[in-house]
Ligand binder design. Structure first.
Ligand SMILES: NC(=O)c1ccc[n+]([C@@H]2O[C@H](COP(=O)([O-])OP(=O)(O)OC[C@H]3O[C@@H](n4cnc5c(N)ncnc54)[C@H](O)[C@@H]3O)[C@@H](O)[C@H]2O)c1
Length: 441
């Protein structure tokens, strides 16, 4: 089979590489000429574990190629996937669908023969139908069907997620399109990945409902963590005790500085807009958005409190700035709120991130970027762990305490055991766990 992927970002590149690994002839298209040049030269534009090997292997086998030229790319394909960005529209929080609709218009000009046009981008209910309308209007003679195939991969474990998904959602009204989609995903079906075959609108809704639910779960445990601090409970044990209940599940019960990233913030906002516009407000999600926004400020306040009420003239060391580990993605990362608040309060920031510093530099002016975690801690008044990269889990606490001006850690990811930190001489706070050794096992 042959497919084209329109948009070669996190989703398009990973999905394209994985489909080519299944043996599908795949061509990835992007408007960004420098990105395509780099990919042709074997340079992966994003940080995603394992992606370089997968791309190199399939490009060498002639199953995966890259182009900026959509015309030739679409000749003879069975399906074309739209995997362009759908960021929040400035001002109102709606998903900005201009990239999706522009891609649809371009696709319409170029398809030949029966083609399934698949929306992989996260899009509001009704977008698939609008894509069909655009194609029909631009090319009344085109032989096509539309399908919705939302993507659930997570950055940092994207290849594993694509290859071993919890489910594959295929939304279409066409039997023929469904068969093409089932054929494309056959290798996963053989591995017993469940397929949810449904209508267009339902498939689009599944994606938003899933992301909003996960964002809600994170926000729930964050609020429980705050309450644990007040009442002397340990949120880690609370989360474990909750998560062992099969109805709840243990994932996404890790408290932290608030969700961020390229999906949850914009998708919760978009769902809230869809609800409001359709006279069926999703008040729970609206509250989640509000609670999560306020949380970033509360995290900065914790750092200020650790410095005795003011960070004016203080040096704050920061470990991790990406929205999560194993990615260089800075979109809506909590660090983008927390660090400027501390700077505005008079702090000097010195930071280190294993993969995100290149992306972060233009977004966080005034930050001194350091070569490693110890460099970021050197002479600092307080060290803040914002992203839980593995390499921050086993730092030598005694060494850190020695090189800091004042040994103090604000651990926003509960990376350290409070007893270890206190024994190493640190003033230490984390999320939802008592700092007093007696209360912590
Ligand atoms: N990043 C994730 O973890 C993730 C997970 C699941 C779903 N999604 C959804 O997938 C979609 C894509 O997200 P992403 O993170 O890959 O975005 P991205 O910004 O990394 O990539 C989008 C790419 O599309 C390209 N593009 C835009 N218009 C184009 C056009 N007309 N022709 C060719 N290329 C074009 C851009 O140049 C860019 O390279 C979004 O809707 C997102 O919500 C993302």
């Amino acid at each position: 089979m042959r497919i084209a992927m329109i948009g070669t970002g996190y989703v398009g590149l990973v999905s394209g590489a994985c489909f080519s690994e299944f043996g599908v002839q795949t061509i990835c298209v992007d408007k960004d000429a420098s990105k395509i040049e780099r990919l042709k030269a074997g340079v992966i534009p994003i940080y995603e574990p394992g992606l370089d090997t997968l791309v190199a292997k399939n490009a060498a086998a002639g199953r995966l190629s890259f182009t900026t030229d959509i015309g030739p790319a679409l000749k003879g394909v069975d399906a074309v996937f739209i995997a362009v960005g759908t960021p929040s529209r400035r001002g109102d929080g709606h998903a900005d669908l201009s990239y999706v609709y522009a891609a649809a218009a371009e696709i319409a000009q170029e398809i030949d023969g029966y083609t399934v046009i698949v929306t992989k981008s996260t899009v509001p209910v009704g977008t698939g139908r609008e894509v069909a309308r655009i194609i029909r209007e631009t090319r009344p003679d085109a032989d096509f069907d539309v399908a919705s195939n939302p993507e659930f991969l997570r950055e940092g474990s994207a290849i594993g997620d694509f290859m071993r998904p919890d489910r594959i959602v295929i939304g279409t009204e066409s039997e023929r399109a469904e068969q093409v989609m089932r054929q494309l995903y056959r290798p996963l079906f053989l591995r017993e990945a469940p397929i949810v075959a449904t209508g267009l609108e339902t498939a689009e809704m599944i994606k938003y409902a899933s992301n909003a639910f996960l964002a809600t779960k994170i926000t729930f445990i964050n609020e429980i963590a705050d309450l644990c601090e007040r009442v002397g409970a340990n949120v880690q044990d609370v989360a474990k005790g909750m998560g062992l209940d099969g109805r709840i599940g243990k994932k996404f019960l890790h408290p932290g500085p608030g969700y961020g990233g390229s999906c949850f913030p914009k998708d919760t906002l978009a769902l809230a807009r869809i609800g409001a516009d359709n006279g069926s407000p999703v008040r729970l999600v609206e509250t989640v958005i509000d609670v999560n926004n306020k949380r970033k400020h509360a995290m900065a306040d914790r750092v200020i409190a650790m410095c005795g009420g003011s960070v004016a003239g203080r040096t704050v060391g920061v470990l991790g700035v990406t929205f999560k580990p194993d990615t260089d993605d800075m979109r809506d990362a909590p660090s983008l709120d927390i660090i400027p608040i501390l700077q505005a309060a008079g702090a000097t920031i010195q930071a280190y991130d294993p993969a995100g510093m290149h992306e972060a530099t233009p977004l966080l002016p005034g930050v001194a970027w350091k070569a490693d975690a110890y460099d970021a801690a050197k002479d600092a008044d307080v060290l803040v762990i914002i992203t839980e990269w593995n390499e921050f889990r086993a730092l030598q606490l005694e060494r850190l305490a020695e090189i800091m001006k004042r040994p103090a850690i604000v651990d926003l990811r509960n990376v350290y055991n409070p007893i270890d930190a206190i024994n190493a001489g640190f003033a230490y706070t984390s999320i939802g766990r008592p700092s007093a050794p007696a209360a912590t096992k």
